[in-house]
Write a protein that binds this ligand. Structure first.
Ligand code: PLP
Length: 409
């Protein structure tokens, strides 16, 4: 029975209705709980209703919600200084989302070359399997046909190259190239990690040709991989970087980080936003940074990451008919499935664990960074229950198919 709703039909969602969250758990009205390894797509980085985030949001809510960026917002200075002190960056522009943070990075990259007397340099090289959001520029950057179809001409200036292909990259660079854009780990694309050597190659190529390296750390940033930023694992630094998801712990916020040189051309009038960096968003994002930069916090993430990887690897070993391999880094892990990933995620949801499907037939395990060993063990038990059932069904289905090959058509 199709339900009539006054909402665009852009989402197909599950029948679950969560009314409350606490830590890694989500609760329905009847009190039943789910362990949340979906985390609002790696966004509820500190779990649900984190006391420090709640306190900071409430405190700010009583004082001031919104100004305009034509007034100084002290929370922006505080957050920007902290992001810069902990990264390659010298300057930050605050936005509301990942796509907007990337839009700022694209404009900044083009304006950088324009300002240096090379306005023809507008092209941004990207990689197959990428995901950069859903605005017109972001779907052009992502380059995926399924997101571009029916929305008119693809915004010019984005050239998609085979993943990790050095030769194709070197051949693609010309006088109109402005920048290279990449996710250190493709999230939506199926938790595909870019080899360290390739990231180093990109940095080198950018230096040789005067291009800007733009990293999309919307999903990988703010501790998700066990470092504050995933690029730290490769020992390189970008010129521009987009953040969002985990930065707000569930409050909408995005940020474009830049070196002094990259940001120099973004003078008054070149870019703006009404809501970006408003006092509420800054209060929450600063609270997230309080927690994530606390002594020992990333050690915790790295310890949990070892344990999550262990559980995930054991699942691959235990259910070879369901899973091919484990991928990823930190608390961004993927299981490449041999059966449809939507079946796996539905079975896990039925057993009380939320996971996120991704491209390349992968399910993502992305627990809040505050997850504990006990949470991981409990999630593993629930997963084992669901997967044992699914493996049995799968085996049965295969036997049925073998008996009645004609029934398939
Ligand atoms: C989610 C995501 C985006 C888009 O972020 P929105 O806030 O949905 O606009 C961009 N890049 C990556 C890598 C993402 O995971």
């Amino acid at each position: 029975m199709a339900e009539e709703r006054s909402i665009f039909g852009t989402y197909v969602h599950s029948e679950h209705e969560f009314v409350r969250g606490e830590g890694v758990r989500l609760f329905q009205a009847d009190g039943s709980d789910h362990i949340d390894f979906y985390a609002g797509i790696a966004t509820s980085s500190l779990g649900h209703a984190h006391p420090h985030l709640v306190a900071c949001l409430k405190e700010q809510a009583d004082k001031l919600w919104h100004l305009s960026n034509l007034y100084r917002i002290p929370g922006q200075d505080k957050l920007a200084e902290r992001l810069c002190a902990n990264s390659f960056a010298d300057k930050v522009f605050f936005a509301n989302s990942g796509a907007e943070a990337l839009e700022c990075a694209f404009k900044t990259a083009r304006r950088y070359h324009y300002d240096r007397g090379e306005p023809e340099r507008i092209n941004i090289l990207t990689f197959e399997g990428a995901f950069h959001g859903r605005t017109l520029a972001a779907i052009a950057a992502g380059g995926q046909e399924k997101y571009l179809e029916g929305f008119g001409p693809k915004a010019p200036g984005f050239i998609s190259l085979p993943f990790g292909d050095e030769k194709a990259l070197d051949a693609a660079i010309d006088d109109e190239t402005a920048a290279i854009l990449i996710e250190p780990i493709q999230g939506e694309g199926g938790v595909r990690e870019v080899p360290k050597e390739f990231l180093c190659h990109l940095r080198q190529v950018c230096d040789e040709h005067g291009l800007l390296l733009i990293l999309d750390e919307v999903q990988t940033g703010i501790g998700r991989t066990g470092k504050l930023f995933a690029y730290e694992w490769a020992g390189i630094e970008p010129d521009l970087m987009a953040l969002a998801k985990g930065l707000g712990g569930g409050f909408p916020v995005g940020a474009c980080l830049a070196t002094e040189a990259a940001a120099a051309a973004m003078v008054p009038g070149t870019h703006a936003t009404t809501f970006g960096g408003n006092p509420l968003a800054m209060a929450v994002a600063n609270a997230v940074i309080d927690v994530v930069t606390e002594d020992g916090f990333l050690d915790h993430v790295n310890q949990m990451s070892i344990e999550l990887a262990q559980h995930a690897a054991e699942l691959v070993d235990t259910y070879p008919d369901l899973f091919e391999e484990m991928r990823g880094r930190g608390l961004l892990r993927g299981l490449k499935c041999r059966v449809p990933n939507t079946e796996v995620s539905a079975a896990l949801r039925g057993a009380g664990v939320l996971v996120a499907p991704a491209g390349d037939n992968v399910v993502r395990l992305m627990p809040p960074l505050v997850v504990t060993s006990q949470d991981l063990r409990e999630a593993r038990q629930r997963m084992d229950e669901a997967l044992a059932g699914l493996a049995d069904d799968g085996g049965q289905a295969k036997r049925d198919e073998a008996l009645q090959p004609a029934a398939k058509a």
